[in-house]
Ligand binder design. Sequence first.
Ligand code: ATP
Length: 517
Amino acid sequence: MAQEDVFKKLIAHSKEYGYIFPSSEIYDGLGAVYDYGQYGVELKNNIKNYWWDSMVLLHENIVGLDSAIFMHPKIWEASGHVDAFNDPLIDNKDSKKRYRADILIEEYLQKIEAKINKEIIKASKRFGDVFNEKQFRETNPQVKQNQAKFNTIQQRYVAALETDDLKEIRQIILDCEIADPVSGSRNWTDVRKFNLMFETKFGSVSEEANSIYLRPETAQGIFVNFLNVQKSGRMKIPFGVAQTGKVFRNEIIARQFIFRMREFEQMEMQFFVRPGDEIKWYEYWKEKRMNWFKAFGIDENKLRFHEHDKLAHYANAAVDIEFDFPIGFKEIEGIHSRTDFDLAQHQKFSGKKLQYFDTETKESFVPFVVETSIGLDRTFLMILSNGYSEEKAPNAEGQLEDRVVLKIPPALAPVKLAVLPLVRKDGLPEIARKIIKELKFDFNCQYEEKDSIGRRYRRQDAIGTPYCITIDHQTVNDNTVTIRYRDSMKQDRVKIEKLREILSEKVNMRKLLEKID
Ligand code: ATP
């Protein structure tokens, strides 16, 4: 199946099964804004808890924070967002569609890279064990030509970004003959800058109201509370502050489902270190964060690091963790060594000292910061894309039929257990209710008695419920139930009293956390 089709199916599936709805749908929706449904909110909360616990529970030197969305407007001047939080936009005059000029170029570069990789994979299959990739890259004319083209464009692109040369960015698009992906037209406008922050009025009387921004990242709330947390928590460097919360960006493109939203959630952690130690901690967090993804079973081949072509104004090292979405490898998390930029800027703009006093050396200094910044919604999309699977499964008569299954890691799945009485009589529903009454304090359980067992299984597969138990007539006699596993579709007969133990073993968040501790 083509990857675009997978993406479309995922969007339809998310809506049909209560994961994600377009916002304000009965009014024809609102661009790049989405609502999370009954299962979506559970999955989102579970991811958030896994992230939070991996930071705050597992590190005694990391604490949490929940700062306000509204912040003093000067904060965004100090952080550089008022001047520099811009994306370069370009319009296609024929299709009237708007694009990010940088993304058009980056996607073009990615296509060249993909061509090179395809040649390499082909050759490695042809030559087998004796294949020498380095030699092949240096000698294959096709690969050499593509690599040279890639290098030239990339150099021009990076130089244009560094000098903020919008004319040159447009020229690269023209020279590479990049066409509008929708209409195929190459009739482009100039490139313009567009600030992504939402502005609103703060205060009740309009003449007195001040302009204020909705925060475009949670990080600044941590920086401006640096001393509050450090002093009240008696934190010793190195230490971290973690925060999750809504952020807002007036994104230019609104065509990528929850990958690019105008209102979304971030999970960020700022780690304050001694100047000079930042690269050591940057490497530490790079590895830690990659392991966080691997621990919940994301296919390693679908994850990669991507070094930044151009460092942000505040960073001295930066890397993205990318996931291979159905729309290609894209950023899911950024790990940035932010130097002392933010604290020093806030010190300057507020006139308040933001320094750490080292009681041992009796020195004061502005700490350096290593940041991990992950999008909750993109993580959500990663789990759905990674888990979505269309398969054949035998029905009650043994014939194969289609099943769609969401293979969500059990610890993160919205519903852990579906309890299904085989029939709606003979005391079976009562036994099912009794089991739920006992287990509901620990696990999200769902009771379902409608339709055939096969159809109920299909529905639970589509929701991603890892375990279903069926109460049948044998249960009345011997207190056993069948437990059915979502991924293998295997079934076991187990004692009711064993259920808690079996489930705890499989769905407990602790198991995930132990892997990364
Ligand atoms: P991009 O280059 O894709 O616009 P970014 O580099 O601007 O992303 P950061 O500012 O580093 O992103 O934000 C940290 C994380 O927040 C990203 O890795 C991503 O997971 C998430 N994120 C950023 N923008 C969006 C968005 N518009 N919708 C959903 N998640 C987002």
